[in-house]
Design a protein around this ligand. Sequence first.
Ligand code: SF4
Length: 157
Amino acid sequence: MKLMISACLMGTRCRYDGGAYDSMVLQNRLEKCTLIPVCPEQLGGLPTPRPPSEIRNGRVITRDGRVVSRDGRDVTEAFARGAQEAEKIARACGCECALLKERSPSCGSSIIYDGSFTGKRIPGEGVTTALLRRSGITVFSENQLEELLAWIAAQGS
Ligand code: SF4
């Protein structure tokens, strides 16, 4: 099973603040998968470190839903470009599912921040998650490891 995974969950220091997450538990539990790490925000051309961004109005890009950084820049295009590049990689590698970092404006899959930069969380999905799902790729978060493993087992791989 080929699994796209947020690069920061693999220990790559690509987070907005230059940090990463401890990856050993995930890597051990997913040892039977071929992991394809990507960071959509870097793929979209954003630097690391970078100001944090949130989806304004808490909605994935629509006419009135934009991605803005804390310093006030509209970074919607970079986020959209990163999502498209990640989706291209997923298709080229034959990924059927993805494990992406919850709460990120790119990678979140059920919770994101509301765009006010106050720490308020709301139900929603990131830009890359939305595009991957539209392409038929099943997306889980790092909080759904058991669900992901059950889903993989159900695929017979
Ligand atoms: Fe991690 Fe995704 Fe944010 Fe990149 S865009 S740092 S992979 S959560």
